[in-house]
Design a protein around this ligand. Structure first.
Ligand SMILES: CC(C)(COP(=O)(O)OP(=O)(O)OC[C@H]1O[C@@H](n2cnc3c(N)ncnc32)[C@H](O)[C@@H]1OP(=O)(O)O)[C@@H](O)C(=O)NCCC(=O)NCCS
Ligand SMILES: [Zn+2]
Length: 219
């Protein structure tokens, strides 16, 4: 049976300070052990250019976030062996999960970290968070190490790592709606993440640039 899903237009842009309360709210919905508000403020102030949110354009609603850091300086990260790219916070609103948004956020942060010169990216995951472990595995991460009692409540941590030097193609669930240039009709379109702006299409023939509009693939 063929089912056409409702259209979902998503844009990814940098997080702003005023977005933090909604980002925190998603964190409360998405995690069984949510992060503290202060963590969002820390990482935001540390590297605002490495924080991104996904927005449902039609409902003007923030539906996911990723906070990334290039060259983190915290001493405790030695335990996780983190050297350059690090993702301390990522989640998608449960109402919007499994529709490719997590993949889109990850592609954006990887592109950002790569642009800063990061050679790899690491994340820590709770050992019982099998959904997230599966997600990281699907998008090209590998287990780097296990750290006993990593979390304050005694749970073990799994450090996952991805090499940013070899680009791994990820099958996107969301497909860009435009297949040809909206101005000259050419099929030479590249997708770009210009930081501080939305994800863009750029026509290689006439040079015009416009925001990507995504729609869900028909299942
Ligand atoms: C992990 C998370 C960010 C994934 O976001 P998402 O938008 O659902 O991810 P995507 O739709 O892009 O999924 C990408 C792939 O991972 C798989 N995946 C995602 N969540 C999964 C889950 N809970 N269980 C198994 N597989 C999962 C998807 O099926 C998809 O694989 P496919 O292309 O073969 O179908 C989201 O589930 C979440 O916010 N979880 C709670 C917070 C959390 O655990 N964050 C990580 C902490 S380290
Ligand atoms: Zn053109």
């Amino acid at each position: 049976m063929k089912v056409t899903c409702a259209k979902l237009e998503v844009i990814v842009r940098n997080c702003r300070r005023e977005d933090l309360p909604r980002v925190y709210e998603i964190n409360l919905k998405a995690f069984s052990q949510p992060h503290q508000m202060v963590e969002f403020s820390w990482f935001y102030e540390m590297e605002p250019s490495g924080t991104y949110i996904a927005v449902d354009k039609n409902r003007n609603k923030i539906i996911g976030f990723v906070f990334g850091v290039y060259r983190p300086v915290f001493f405790y990260l030695e335990k996780a062996d983190i050297k350059d790219g690090w993702i301390p916070l990522i989640a998608v609103d449960p109402e919007y999960q499994k529709r490719g948004i997590g993949t889109l956020l990850m592609q954006t942060i990887e592109e950002y970290l790569r642009s800063k010169g990061a050679k790899e990216v690491k994340v820590e995951v709770r050992e019982n968070n099998t959904g997230a472990l599966e997600y990281y595995n699907k998008i090209g991460f590998e287990i780097h190490k296990k750290i006993p009692n990593y979390y304050f409540d005694g749970e073990n941590g799994i450090v996952m790592k991805k090499n940013l030097q070899k680009k791994i193609d990820i099958q996107m669930k969301l497909k860009p709606r435009y297949t040809s240039c909206i101005k000259c009709g050419s099929f030479n379109i590249r997708y770009k993440v210009p930081f501080l702006l939305d994800l863009n299409c750029e026509c290689e023939d006439c040079g015009c640039v416009w925001p990507v509009v995504f729609e869900e693939k028909i299942k």
